[in-house]
Design a protein around this ligand. Structure first.
Ligand SMILES: Cc1ncc(COP(=O)(O)O)c(C=O)c1O
Length: 404
């Protein structure tokens, strides 16, 4: 893992005269040169639109694009590539479920259950759907260990529950949610399950078939891929009954002057020209991660997390928002009483360190935790213990500046 940083050209940069230490991987990850080369090469040598042309360039582009659908399906354990819809990100994928499945299936008096760990992307769409359908939104509370309260969840479920929305890993606390067991409980009352894998797919193995969820969303940019590419997995048995998400070119079978019929499978949901180069480059990111393997990735992140926790715990002024290690991924939030998280991030930035500060698109969770924001370090394959040592130096500067 020590060699990996060399694969990422951005680490040649300095920030404020210091080598870049990038600890904002939950927001987006950095990009390996192999992925960037595929992206560049597509435009230099292979650019053409897909699914339309019968000339060589277009056919090649179509083949490469569709090959990544297969690759993504395999990577997350889908049974077939026909369960994989390309979107622009996790947010769009979740909104596709809201429109294409939710509009038809959520009715007055129904209940949607969401966890209190959700990012706005897996919360606000359901607030809106519930409001427009006069359905109720129920929230699964947290335990004192920042995990979801399993007993409270069971009590929330009833035949009225039509949809349960869960993240695999919280982007604030790093909590890993037992989504498989929770999915089985939701199915037992007849509900469908929407899983947000934005924080997990690049960090822990995913097997949607084994998980048995109905919908699963994630973003390429949080797993070494380019921005502008997301994936929505939909269980095959549900896809045909879902209405198109957007209308226009590419998703149609036949169009008459006043009506149209639509393609089946994922293509029904991919109207217009997609992010062709991005999807193809995403394939290179999947290959890069597969070559390293999740065993190494997870061990590395766990080691960094334990090291960072130990470092932060040395300072009683610092409050850590993180579950016990067995429930946690490589994300850790902290706050210092009397210091705004943006001030912490600014002082870290002076030392060349990128951390995220604020609400992390999880404002209800911040209210729940009783803070107006946190500072957050999130780790990935190229981070080292030395990065955390640098963070400790910055932390000491914060405490000194605020005379704490
Ligand atoms: C848990 C979680 N869900 C969803 C999202 C939204 O991802 P995107 O902005 O790529 O749509 C994020 C982004 O931080 C996230 O952390």
């Amino acid at each position: 893992m020590q060699q990996i940083k060399k694969d990422f050209p951005i680490f040649k940069r300095t920030i404020n005269g210091k080598p870049l230490v990038y600890l904002d991987n939950a927001s987006t990850t950095q990009k390996p040169i192999v992925m960037l080369k595929v992206l560049e090469n597509f435009y230099f040598t292979s650019n053409a639109n897909i699914h339309r042309g019968i000339y060589t360039l277009s056919e090649e582009a179509t083949d490469k694009y569709e090959a990544v659908r297969k690759k993504a399906a395999k990577f997350i354990g889908a049974r077939t590539e026909e369960e994989i819809i390309f979107t622009k990100n996790t947010t769009e994928a979740i909104n596709c479920v809201r429109v294409s499945w939710g509009e038809k299936n959520i009715k007055k008096g129904d209940e949607i259950v969401v966890s209190s760990l959700e990012h706005h992307a897996n919360l606000v769409p359901w607030q809106e759907l519930a409001k427009s359908k006069q359905a109720a939104l129920k929230i699964i509370p947290l335990t004192n260990d920042y995990t979801l309260d399993a007993e409270a969840y069971k009590k929330l479920l009833s035949p009225k529950t039509k949809l349960v929305c869960l993240t695999v890993e919280s982007n604030v606390t790093g909590t890993i949610v037992p989504v498989k067991q929770m999915t089985a409980l939701a199915h037992a009352v007849g509900a469908k399950v929407m899983i947000d894998g934005a924080q997990s797919v690049g960090h822990i193995p995913t097997d949607v078939h084994n998980l048995n969820c109905d919908f699963f969303a994630f973003s390429a940019h949080k797993m070494l891929g380019p921005t502008g590419v997301g994936v929505l997995y939909v269980k095959q048995s549900l896809m045909e009954e879902m209405a198109p998400f957007m209308y226009g070119g590419e998703m149609v079978e036949s169009v008459k002057a006043t009506s149209a019929t639509y393609r089946s499978g994922p293509w029904k949901f991919e109207a217009g020209t997609p992010n062709i180069a991005g999807v193809i480059a995403f394939g290179a990111a999947i290959d890069y991660l597969s070559n390293i393997g999740f065993k190494k990735i997870m061990a590395h992140e766990q080691e960094l997390l334990a090291y960072a926790k130990k470092m932060l715990a040395k300072y009683p002024q610092v409050k850590i928002f993180s579950p016990s290690q067995k429930h946690a991924g490589g994300i850790i939030s902290f706050a210092i009483s009397g210091v705004h998280p943006h001030d912490i991030a600014t002082i870290f930035n002076n030392e060349g360190i990128a951390i995220r500060s604020g609400l992390h698109c999880a404002e209800p969770l911040m209210n729940y935790l009783g803070v107006y924001g946190t500072a957050r370090m999130s780790f990935y394959i190229y981070n080292t213990k030395k990065d955390i040592d640098t963070a400790e130096k910055a932390l000491k500067k914060v405490l000194k500046t605020f005379k704490l």
